[in-house]
Design a binder for this molecule. Structure first.
Ligand SMILES: Cc1cc2nc3c(=O)[nH]c(=O)nc-3n(C[C@H](O)[C@H](O)[C@H](O)COP(=O)(O)OP(=O)(O)OC[C@H]3O[C@@H](n4cnc5c(N)ncnc54)[C@H](O)[C@@H]3O)c2cc1C
Length: 396
């Protein structure tokens, strides 16, 4: 039976940060990982270049039932702290867009950075570990695996959420929370593409691979101006992924295909200036041609060959309204299979925002994605993992 100051379950982003922080304080740390490799999501993230943080970190970039909860951890360990760590390891990086920082070379640089820090601080890492039981007796946590038994003064749950099971997504953290009578919010897939089953599906499939700049707005009036990508199953791209975090089944989304234009003014002007031209021809100066053709099939098939001069203003207004505010009802999302994150999870009402320790069970900590804190797309989720991991690491 081996004894540790703290056992951390899950060697992903949050668990690794917690481990190095606690070990640097002289704590004896055991990091238990179920899969054969640590940090699988770090490796796969940001298209292999890991969007590790964002320059413009604001509490508003996070969804949580308690919008204030994330503030303390994010201010105790900021994006600048993580950038300093990256620079200490001479990792080259760049800002891609909207403050998003990516490695120049590979996500591997970030994982190697953690491996080096773990080695230097003396963290014990066990991979391929199946935990068969966790109990609390005599003020100690007892973790039993298929091959060993471990005892520690504190236990950190960093096992992530349900997203992408092949990359480690698991419900284990919620199960542990339940075991220790810690309430959880219902979970759902977020930062995930929408699927469609109505007449839009073949249209989107036809446009698969095409990307357009749009404004996507949810019914609670949250808007994202970013790229939208048509797919074989529906819609994806940053604007859609962001909107999916605010979307509930059965709700509409509104897409503004001309976010820089008042479509009504534009069409009326075109009618006067390009009277002999077709709507399709003129719109294709503002939208990709393939999209214009599909919109024509959908919205004005009978007027396809009618010159603009023959359209009345009401007809043009109707098309303009759709161009600026195309209401669509997704059938669903692609679910945890492709979702970048899981929304919901461990209820923050019973966690200290300063330390991430449970207020119900002494010495029990929850960090990273398992907690009901979900970031926007753009490096916010990793920053939450680093920040919450750090504050737990400073307190275990
Ligand atoms: C494809 C993809 C790309 C992404 N890209 C970005 C990005 O560029 N920027 C960004 O900010 N966010 C990104 N994210 C989100 C980000 O990866 C997560 O928010 C972050 O990894 C959460 O950290 P975590 O440590 O809480 O969980 P994870 O990183 O998921 O780590 C949890 C770990 O716990 C292990 N585990 C689970 N159950 C057990 C168990 N029973 N016993 C032991 N170990 C267990 C898992 O195997 C895993 O290693 C991406 C996500 C995905 C899926």
């Amino acid at each position: 039976m081996s004894r540790y100051d703290s056992i951390i379950i899950g060697a992903g982003a949050a668990g690794l940060m917690c481990a190095i922080t606690a070990a640097q304080r002289g704590k004896k740390i055991l990091l238990l990982e179920r899969s054969n490799k640590i940090g699988k999501k770090i490796l796969m993230s940001g298209g292999g270049r890991c969007n590790f943080t964002n320059l413009f970190m604001q509490p508003e970039n996070f969804l949580c039932q308690n919008p204030h909860f994330c503030k303390s951890a994010l201010s105790q360990y900021t994006q600048w702290d993580f950038i300093a760590l990256v620079e200490k390891h001479n990792i080259a990086y760049h800002e891609k867009t909207l403050g998003q920082l990516f490695c120049d070379d590979s996500s591997k640089d970030i994982l190697n950075m953690f491996l080096a820090e773990c080695k230097e601080a003396g963290v014990t890492i066990e991979t391929n570990t199946t935990i068969t039981g966790t109990t609390y007796r005599d003020n100690r946590y007892h973790v039993i695996t298929e091959t060993n038994q471990y005892i520690s003064a504190s236990l950190v749950v960093a096992s992530g959420g349900l997203s992408i099971p092949s990359l480690g997504g698991s419900g284990y953290g919620y199960q542990l929370a339940k075991q220790f009578e810690h309430p959880c919010y219902e979970t759902r897939a977020a930062l995930v593409p929408f699927t469609f089953s109505d007449h839009h599906k073949p249209l989107f499939a036809e446009l698969s691979g095409l990307s357009v700049n749009t404004d996507v707005t949810t019914i609670n009036n949250i808007s994202f101006r970013e790229a939208l990508l048509f797919t074989h199953r529906g819609l994806s791209g940053p604007a859609i992924l962001q909107a999916s975090s605010y979307w509930q089944s059965g709700e509409d989304i509104a897409i503004n295909l001309l976010p820089n234009d008042n479509a009504e003014e534009l069409l009326i002007k075109l009618k006067h200036n390009q009277a002999k031209s077709l709507l399709r021809t003129q719109l294709s100066h503002h939208l990709p041609k393939a999209l214009t053709q599909q919109l024509e099939t959908l919205w004005w098939p009978k007027s396809a060959e009618r010159p603009l001069a023959e359209w009345n203003n009401k007809e043009l207004k109707d098309i303009a309204r759709k161009l600026n505010n195309w209401a669509l009802r997704p059938a669903g999302t692609e679910g945890y299979r492709t979702a970048e994150v899981t929304i919901g999870g461990v209820n923050t009402d019973h966690l200290s925002s300063q330390t991430m320790e449970s207020t119900i069970h002494k010495g029990l900590y929850f960090i990273g994605e398992v907690v009901d804190v979900t970031g926007h797309l753009g490096g916010f989720n990793f920053q939450w993992a680093w920040s919450s991991g750090y504050v737990a690491g400073m307190n275990v």
